[in-house]
Design a binder for this molecule. Structure first.
Ligand code: APR
Length: 320
């Protein structure tokens, strides 16, 4: 069986980490693409030197030429600029929108059958724009945010409850950013919902509210610490989990930014909801019943994403 092919557009911090993870998991041959000459080639060579030590058998190639992504099964997009302290994800919009245009056209011309995972921020707007520019089917273009946001939530919850992260499941909805909606009723320790754990005296509502807030600003906390860029280990590992779900037809139920077509009362908008990812791409959108508070918070998140799309359309008339 021929190896799968994974193309990574953007060979920066997340792109390099994605390449390492994809190679060490032997998900397939890896192509690292970037506009900067030398960087993808250097990273690919450096990572290839891990192979004898780690024992993986995949090819790694760095390139500045889109034709090298031809035949890719999965494409993960991190091209663009990352946040610096004091910047919101939305501040990246103008620059990264232009990048999405170039990347979308590159994908359309060279790998139109790929499953595309966008990580570039502001996520919900960029994945929408990438889909528009590439013209790929909606079920084959998704945004990675929810896996990361719920991983952050799970980490903080496991820390609070003093239990293994493995036993904590978390549920987040909405856009990536300050308006994301962690749903505590659907977040559990070994199946026990958080409100029950509060009743059992494991934590308090105030402490959980503080964790929700810390989750929402989890990316910003890291930007403030790093000072020169934004988080990359956890974003990369989250992107790989989605790629693996597609490549191995795992039918994982994961939160992802997908195009809604009336679910949750929303249409023609990319926003984070739980979906099933398998060999068919987004195979199913999971529509759960929300309580009034979650519904209201979800609406705030949806409105924030809508505003970003208006800004995109104002910048690039071809999107209007
Ligand atoms: N095509 C391909 N690559 C590009 C383009 C382009 N048009 N424009 C910029 N790049 C490359 C840069 O050269 C750089 O190598 O994208 C890479 C981005 O890497 P970093 O600056 O290290 O950023 P990273 O931390 O990887 O984050 C990338 O993901 O989470 C988001 O907010 C984050 O939008 C940012 C993106």
């Amino acid at each position: 069986m021929a190896r799968k092919k994974i193309a990574l557009i953007g060979a920066g911090n997340i792109g390099g980490t994605l390449a390492h993870l994809a190679a060490s998991k032997e998900l397939g041959d890896v192509v690292l693409f970037d506009v900067v000459e030398g960087v993808p080639q250097g990273k690919a060579l450096d990572l290839a030197h891990c192979a004898p030590v780690e024992g993986f058998d995949v090819e790694l190639k760095g390139t500045n030429d889109y034709s090298d992504i031809a035949g890719a099964d999965v494409i993960i997009v991190t091209a663009g600029v990352a946040r610096k302290p004091g910047m919101s994800r939305d501040d990246l919009l103008g620059i990264n929108l232009k990048v999405m245009k170039a990347v979308g056209e590159g994908i359309a011309a060279n790998a139109p059958n790929a499953f595309v995972i966008c990580i570039t921020n502001p996520l919900d707007a960029m994945v929408w724009a990438l889909r528009e520019f590439s013209g790929l089917p909606h079920h084959m273009v998704v945004g990675m945010a929810g896996v990361l946001d719920s991983a952050r939530f799970r980490h903080f919850l496991a820390d609070e409850f003093k239990v293994s992260v493995q036993d904590v499941t978390a549920f987040v909805l909405g856009g990536h950013g300050d308006t994301m909606v962690p749903v505590v009723e659907y977040s559990t320790v070994a199946g026990i919902p958080i409100p029950d754990l509060i009743e059992m005296g494991w934590s308090t509502k105030e402490r959980i509210d503080a964790i929700v807030q810390r989750t929402r600003s989890g990316g910003g906390e890291i930007v403030a610490l790093l000072k020169t860029g934004s988080a990359y280990y956890a974003p990369a590992t989250s992107g790989i989990e989605m790629a693996e779900a597609y490549l191995k037809d795992k039918k994982r139920v994961l939160p992802a930014a997908v195009n809604l077509t009336s679910q949750y009362g929303v249409s023609d908008l990319y926003v984070g909801v739980p979906v099933v990812i398998g060999a068919g791409g987004v195979e199913k959108i999971v529509e759960i019943k929300l309580n009034d508070e979650a519904k209201a918070n979800f609406q705030v998140s949806v409105d924030a994403v809508k505003e970003l799309l208006v800004a995109c359309k104002n910048i690039d008339g071809s999107l209007a």
